[in-house]
Write a protein of this length. Structure first.
Ligand SMILES: [Zn+2]
Length: 71
C-alpha cells in the first residue's frame, strides 16, 4: 500500500473557487477508491487523479501539520 509520504514532501495548494477557512470543504470523496482527499495537498489530489489506484495508507501524523505552540 502506498503511503502519503511515499509521494514526496507536502505540497500545499489552494483549490479553485474556494475561500472558506473551516477545512471541511477541502475534502472530497474519491470517485475511484472512495477515500477522503484533502484538496489542499496536491500529493493526494494527484494520486487520486490516476485512473487506476488504491487508497493511500492512512498516515495521520504526516497528513495534517499542526502548530502545537511553544512554551
Ligand atoms: Zn482515490
Amino acid at each position: 500500500m502506498t503511503k502519503l509520504s511515499d509521494l514526496g514532501p507536502p505540497m500545499p495548494g489552494m483549490p479553485h473557487g474556494k475561500g472558506k477557512e473551516n477545512g471541511q470543504d477541502y475534502f472530497y470523496s474519491c470517485a475511484t477508491c472512495g477515500q477522503k482527499v484533502d484538496m489542499r495537498d496536491f500529493r493526494q489530489v494527484m494520486w487520486h487523479e490516476k485512473p487506476d489506484h488504491e487508497p493511500l495508507e492512512p498516515e495521520p501524523d504526516a497528513t495534517v501539520i499542526e502548530f502545537t505552540g511553544k512554551k
